[in-house]
Design a protein around this ligand. Structure first.
Ligand SMILES: *Cc1c(COP(=O)(O)O)cnc(C)c1O
Length: 234
């Protein structure tokens, strides 16, 4: 199947799940995750109608950013971000999904200020509590978002998670449900510099359940581009 056919298939599945669960497909942003995929294939996705691309490594993001600079595509940083690399992407990204430490937020704020920018971020949560994964725990997320009030050049626009992989995604529905509860609670807290607009969750294996549970950004790699031929590094 071509990338275009894959995307059309995903859009159809989004429309179906929205229909079933009383959601509006226009409220769902599809990010095609182009990590490990070359720039030509990323371009193919853009030509097939993709408006948002996600990357988890700075080098790959900046590389494809250059190569696709003639397009209107928006870039999302969705992977672990090292402080010393923030400077390379600060003026290139629509949204940083993976903020999970005060030190990283501080660096983003500093670089944003230097560039005279307001940078949009999401706070990454770790709900499945897998040791190897990044993200803030449920217990600490409220204090964490409040601690971001000090950063005038950051807009906190929501939360993100990578749910644990499960053969049967029904097994992790509780994670996605919990994310929505946290999202709603944060929304009701009226925290300065925070405006809870985006709930970023759902990947190839679980995006339909994520939409049922309230996701409005889904990040899909495999179902758009096919199986990755080499494993991405952390
Ligand atoms: C790779 C990745 C995705 C996409 O995963 P697929 O299972 O290939 O759809 C989504 N989010 C993050 C953070 C990723 O690293």
């Amino acid at each position: 199947m071509s990338i275009k056919e894959n995307i059309d298939g995903i859009l159809e599945r989004i429309a179906d799940v929205c229909e079933r669960s009383g959601r509006n497909p226009d409220d769902i942003t599809l990010i095609a995750v182009s990590k490990t995929v070359n720039a030509d294939r990323a371009r193919e996705a853009v030509e097939a109608g993709i408006v948002n691309l996600g990357e988890n490594r700075v080098q790959e993001l900046t590389d494809k950013y250059e190569k696709l600079s003639d397009t209107e595509v928006k870039w999302h940083m969705i992977g672990h971000l090292q402080k010393n690399k923030v400077k390379y992407i600060i003026d290139k990204v629509e949204l940083i999904h993976s903020v999970e430490s005060i030190e990283l937020a501080n660096e983003i704020n500093k670089r944003a200020e230097k560039n005279n920018l307001k940078v949009n971020i999401l706070v990454e949560l770790n709900i499945g509590e897998e040791e190897s994964k990044f993200g803030i725990s449920e217990e600490s997320v409220y204090d964490f978002v409040k601690s971001l009030e000090q950063f005038e050049n950051i807009n906190v626009l929501g939360i993100m998670t990578v749910a644990p992989f499960a053969e049967d995604p029904e097994e992790i529905r509780w994670v996605l449900k919990k994310m929505k509860v946290i999202f709603d609670k944060l929304s009701s807290m009226n925290i300065k510099n925070s405006n809870m607009k985006f709930l970023s969750m759902g990947m190839t294996n679980d995006f339909e359940i994520a939409i049922e549970e309230g996701a409005n950004i889904i990040r899909i790699g495999t179902a758009v581009f096919g199986e990755r031929t080499y494993k991405e590094e952390e």
